[in-house]
Each structure stands twice: as C-alpha cells, then as structure tokens.
Design a protein around this ligand. Structure first.
Ligand code: UD1
Ligand code: MG
Length: 449
C-alpha cells in the first residue's frame, strides 16, 4: 500500500541567521530537504511539501528534486497541525496512509518508516515516532500508558514531572491520511506558544477512541537542523556514515576521517582512496581505481584501474576509461581520456578527447576558450603530445601523430605526422661569455659611481 508524504518546510529557521531558507542549506552537496525527501523514497504515494518562508526558492529547489512533488503554501506559520491541513487539497481523493516528516530533519531511515508501517498494519490508528534520550532538552515529551501513547506535551507546556520524561517526540507521524487531516483541523491553539500543534492529535485521537502508539528509533536519526552548529554536526554525521559504508563495501580508505563524500558518490570495490580526497557531486569510481592524496573530483566518471592524483582536479564532464593515468597538478574538464592514456603532469585538458594509449606531455594546455566560445580538442590514439604544447582549439591531432615540445598547435595535425610549431634554435658562438663580461663591467661601474 502506498503512503503519501507531507513534508513540512514552512518555518523560517531564524537560528540559521541566513538569507537562505533553512531547508536549502546543504549537507554533503544536497539541500537538507533533499535528504528529508530521500527518507521517504519508495513510499509510492503523493508527495506534498508545505512551504512558507522563502517559498519561491524552496519551490524551485523542490521542482528539481522530483516532478511529481506538489508544493503548497502555508502563508502564516500557525503551527505543525495547521501546516498539515494545508496539504488537504493536494490529498483530495487520495486513499491510504500519510506520513508527516519535517524538512529540516535529514536522517530518518526508510527502515524506521517501515517499522511505523508495521505498527499501522498491526492495528494502531496513529503512530508517532519517538526516541529515548538522556538529554531531552526542549523536545516534546511522550506520556505513555503501557503500549499506548496518551499524549504529547510540548516542552513549553510541560510540568516539572513531565520534564523528567526521557521518551521524546521526533515529530514524525503516520496515520490514515483522511484521519490525520481531520484531527489536524480539529486541534486548537490553547497552549503556551499559541500554535496548532500536530502533537495534539495523540490525545485527541485517544479521546475519540482511536489507538495511538509509539515506535522508537535511535536518537541520531531525529537530528534536526536549527543552527549552523547543527548543520556542521549533520555534515559530520553524514560523512561518518558514508565512510563506514565505503569501508563496508570493500573500499580502502587510508585515512577515512580525511575523505569527504557527496550524497551521491558511488565507489566500486577495491578502490583505494588515499588521504585528503574530496568528492563533489556526481562522481562514480569503478572497481580497482586509485585516487591518490589531495585530489578533488566532481561530476566525473573514473574507469576501472585508473589512477588519479596526487593533487589532481577532475571537473564536471570528465570521463576516464580503464587504466587512464592522471598525475599531479592536472586539471581536466569535460574531457574524455580513453583507455591507458596518460596526462601525468601539470596540464589543463578541457573540452577534449584523448584517444587510447596517447601520452600528454608535462605542461600541455588545451586553449579551449577564446573569451566568448568554447572549442574542442580531439587527440587520436597512440599520439605523443610533447611537453608544453599549446593546443589552440578547435584542433585535431590524428592517430600516431606527435607534436614537438613547446609547440603552439593552431592547425590540425594529420595522422602519423610530426608537428613542429616553434621558433628554430640559433646558437651564437661565445656570445654568452661576451655578454656576461659586458654586464659585469656595467655593474662594477655602477657600484663605483
Ligand atoms: C516539534 C514537535 C516536538 C518535537 C520536535 C522535534 C510539534 C508541535 N512539536 O517541535 O514535539 O519534539 O519537533 O524536533 O510538532 N513548521 C511549519 N509550519 C508551522 C510550524 C512548523 O512548516 O506552522 C515546520 C518547521 O519548518 C519545522 C517543523 O515544522 O521544519 C517543526 O517545527 P518546529 O517549530 O521546529 O517544532 P519544534 O518546536 O521543534
Ligand atoms: Mg524544530
């Protein structure tokens, strides 16, 4: 049975002290809200996001996360129950359950939502997600009676006794969609904050004879982002998880704590990652590749057995075939480096193709940009590009061709040819010695005077 998602993201997030809506701040290269949506991946129902503060920005970000997502507006933030009722039109005619998640809570596991689903199938009408914590702080407290949840008391409304309760509310609720909407619309706002609390549907449900239960999860899953410190902590939590996952999947990390992953990094088994490597968005590394120290990769694909770095920068559109070699201080952008080809030292290769088994000499640059347009450089197979060659694009170098060191290549080089495009050397006998004498004499005269 599919479950509809109501994701609340209308709050301002004042404690971020930011011009950007809170849910658009990033963890591992993806907005917080993308992580929250991922928790509910595979539920199969409608997806509704409630926006308010910074609504247009959130709307635009959400549109890029899924075409099916419906965005509804809560113009005034009158509380979580009020926010849920904003989803009513979007849920028109929808049967089945709904789950409510917060957009600023990125780490709820899909397995946890499955446990809540089990509780629903086991007969609970409303299921809240709680967690045990030694530091309940300002969380809502869950008052239970055996297996049944009697009520949730928001921190501001707690009595001293209730504050001692260590079972806290995560915010996540699952129930039949129509029931959730109906109860949400019935809760009042007679509380310390004057807000319509969704948590009040626990007591309201009980009063109406519904069964209300709690499923618990680990406190770590319920981490909510309120300020920059939470954001930094969440990044740490994500990275720790990603490093553990990589190690469990057969990846060698020599210094795991120094490697940074993105939310979508894919690393094959037997990949070796040396210290201080950063993966930006959209990177896939195939089996058996090695990423050496201090390399930065983004939007690229590294083929089987390739070696990258140390100190390499792979920018978006880079495609390394098997056993390619990219060495130190090499920058690649929108470049295909075919099997066994080498770009080993101090080069920029952008908007280019380098054919199989070709070698790009040290200091080579593809001059791809004329100030207005970008142009391609196409290098064939088994080509030797001499050190410090400038390839002024658009330009093609045929199979098995060579360029002489220091050449500025402005015309295509046919296959098997050698292109020499530099001034011819002229040796002037004894000239250096005569010039030195003259210069030294001039310096001596200057010091005397
Ligand atoms: C909420 C829970 C509390 C729980 C805590 C866990 C309620 C009433 N309280 O408290 O029991 O322990 O989360 O972190 O649910 N939002 C809207 N519109 C609104 C109000 C809030 O979209 O009118 C959104 C916020 O953007 C935020 C989420 O709902 O993402 C939670 O709201 P917040 O005000 O942070 O609730 P808490 O006080 O943290
Ligand atoms: Mg909160």
């Amino acid at each position: 049975m599919s479950i509809h998602l109501i994701l609340l993201a209308a709050g301002e997030g004042t404690r971020m002290l930011s011009d950007r809506p809170k849910v658009l701040h990033q963890i591992a290269g993806a907005p917080i809200i993308a992580h929250a949506l991922a928790s509910a991946d595979g539920l199969g129902g409608r997806r509704i996001v409630v926006v308010g503060y910074g609504g247009e920005d959130v709307r635009a970000a959400v549109a890029s996360l899924g075409e099916d997502i419906q965005v509804v507006e809560q113009a005034k933030q009158l509380g979580t129950a009020h926010a849920v009722t904003m989803a009513a039109p979007a849920l028109e005619g929808a049967n089945g359950d709904a789950v409510m998640l917060f957009g600023d809570t990125p780490f709820i596991r899909p397995e946890t939502l499955a446990l809540m689903q089990n509780a629903r199938q086991g007969g609970a009408d409303i299921v809240f997600l709680g967690f045990e914590t030694p530091n309940p702080g300002r969380y809502g407290r869950m008052v239970v009676d055996g297996a049944s949840l009697s009520k949730i008391v928001e921190f501001k409304d707690t009595t001293e006794e209730e504050r001692a309760i260590t079972l806290c509310n995560s915010g996540v609720v699952m129930a039949d969609a129509a029931t959730m909407l109906r109860l949400a619309s019935e809760v009042g706002n007679e509380n310390a904050a004057g807000e319509h609390y969704l948590t009040d549907i626990a007591a309201l449900g009980q009063a109406q004879g519904l069964s209300v239960e709690v499923v618990t999860c680990d406190e770590a899953e319920t981490l909510g982002i309120n300020g920059r410190a939470d954001l930094a902590h969440a990044e740490q939590v994500f990275q720790t998880g990603a490093r553990c996952a990589a190690l469990e999947n057969g990846v060698t990390l020599q210094a795991p704590e120094t490697v940074w992953f993105s939310f979508d990094t894919v690393i094959g088994r037997d990949v070796v990652i040396e210290p201080n490597v950063v993966f930006g968005r959209g990177v896939t590394v195939e089996t058996g590749a090695t990423i050496r120290a201090f390399s930065h990769l983004e939007g690229c694909h590294v083929g089987t057995g390739a070696i990258v770095g140390p100190y390499a920068r792979l920018r978006p559109g880079t495609e390394l075939s098997e056993n390619a070699r990219i060495g130190n201080f090499v920058e690649l952008k929108n470049a295909e480096i075919k099997a066994g080809a080498k770009v080993n030292h101090l080069s920029y290769v952008g908007d280019a193709t380098v054919g199989r088994a070709s070698n790009i000499g040290a200091g080579t640059i593809t001059c791809n940009y004329d100030g207005v347009f970008k142009h391609r450089t196409e290098i064939g197979e088994n080509v030797f590009i001499g050190s410090n060659t400038m390839l002024v694009a658009p330009v093609k170098v045929g199979n098995e061709a060579m360029t002489a060191t220091g050449s500025v290549i402005t015309r295509d080089v046919p296959a098997t040819d050698l292109a020499v495009a530099r001034a011819r050397q002229d040796n002037k006998p004894g000239f250096a010695r005569r010039l030195f004498s003259k210069l030294r004499a001039a310096k001596a005269a200057e010091q005397k005077g």
